[in-house]
Design a protein around this ligand. Structure first.
Ligand SMILES: *Cc1c(COP(=O)(O)O)cnc(C)c1O
Length: 376
């Protein structure tokens, strides 16, 4: 089945008996038994739930994976992953990370004895591997500087050394990038973003192919209990139906806005991977089928940056990304507020950096809005 059809129909398993076309929301927390079979399909909703299972099968199929697990947020999914590791284990991670992931690693996992080295290219990630390394964690393209790591190059090394390769695929989605095909072992999604697509739900999903690892993650998930609710599962299922057309349209608008931004004298530098001059352009062309709908830019001065953020009317000055409403974000204050200043500045997350997530408004309205905010 083609990707678009799979998005609309999902991995249909007919759970209802009346022929519902939309997936039913099964709110039941517990399930009645009809026999003594130890392997009942449904028993208790912390373990499995039909609506959540539909979502898990669907995202797994879209990523080309066997197994999916859905959680109450992207960070809940990442915290479950961190339970695979023990004190003394070492993880190499990309250094330009979603702020919450960075906080989880440095404030919680590290306290629990897991060690981290942060690196920013395929070569430096591989060079940071030690005899204690158990996994490599990549977020690519990265947030907010749009750095891209060559997934296949890293996978070649992790496979050789028996390390787990985890890839956060939130920015690209399986519509544009398929990390399992490039050699990753586990894919992570903040389904809060493009998969659900409407800024109305928090959700996280893991996808993988290894059966033993899936069993382990299932045990951790049912033990911790941070699973996705049936209603929220439904919202993500509904969002996924329009994922391909949303990505196409947002991506198109993003290119036009990126090209417009470079013509503006207030703007020093536009970080958009679709520009041939961007250092990540070639790798992106190789490993993704598009450049996505995210970009960031650096302005000449803080005063104009603040004027822009306060002046927009169509774009919303808010954190998050990947929804139908376009958002303008101030990473220093919002997504990356908890990262120590020195580390932040080294990565270019300064008081003149602004991030855009382009949604589905008309290109003209967005450009008019940015213009009036810059000039107003
Ligand atoms: C938002 C985000 C997360 C965290 O997901 P939540 O659903 O907010 O918990 C992780 N990675 C990336 C790239 C994100 O954008």
């Amino acid at each position: 089945m083609d990707f678009e059809t799979l998005c609309v129909h999902g991995c249909k398993k007919q759970y209802d008996t009346v022929g519902a076309v939309a997936v039913p929301i099964f709110t039941s927390a517990t399930y009645e038994r009809f026999d003594f079979d130890p392997a009942a399909d449904f028993e208790y909703s912390r373990l499995t739930n039909p609506t959540r299972e539909h979502l898990e099968h669907t995202v797994a199929a879209l990523e080309g994976g066997q197994f999916g697990l859905a959680f109450s947020s992207g960070l809940a999914a990442t915290s479950v992953l961190m339970e695979l590791f023990s004190p003394g284990d070492h993880i190499v991670s990309s250094d330009d990370l979603y702020g919450g992931t960075h906080r989880l690693f440095t404030q919680i996992s590290q306290k629990n004895g897991v060690k981290f080295t942060f690196a920013n290219s395929a070569e430096s990630v591989i060079a940071a591997v030690t005899s204690e390394t158990k996994a490599v964690f990549l977020e690519t393209p990265s947030n907010p500087m749009m750095q891209v790591v060559d997934i296949a190059a890293v996978a070649q090394e992790t496979k050789k050394r028996g390390l787990l390769l985890i890839v956060d695929n939130t920015f690209m989605t399986p519509y544009l990038q398929k990390p399992l095909d490039l050699g990753a072992d586990i894919i992570l999604h903040s389904a809060t973003k493009y998969l659900s697509g409407h800024h109305d739900v928090l959700a996280g999903v893991l996808v993988l192919n290894d059966e033993k690892l899936n069993e382990r993650l299932r045990i951790i998930s049912k033990t911790i209990g941070s699973v996705l609710s049936p209603f929220d599962s439904y919202l993500v299922i509904r969002g996924i139906k329009t994922l391909p057309i949303r990505m196409e349209r947002s991506q198109e608008t993003t290119r036009v806005i990126a090209e417009w931004l470079i013509t503006r004298s207030e703007i020093k530098n536009v970080h958009y991977i679709g520009f041939e001059s961007h250092p990540s352009y070639e790798i992106t062309r190789r490993q993704s089928s598009g450049f996505g709908a995210m970009l960031s830019f650096t302005m000449h001065d803080e005063e104009t940056t603040k004027k822009l953020l306060m002046g927009v009317k169509v774009l919303k000055f808010a954190p998050s990304l990947g929804g139908v409403e376009s958002l303008i974000t101030y990473p220093m204050l919002q997504t990356h507020g908890d990262i120590p200043e020195e580390e932040r500045l080294v990565r270019g997350v300064d008081s003149c950096l602004v991030r855009l997530s382009i949604g589905l408004e008309s290109t003209k309205d967005l450009i008019d809005d940015l213009t009036q905010a810059l000039e107003g």
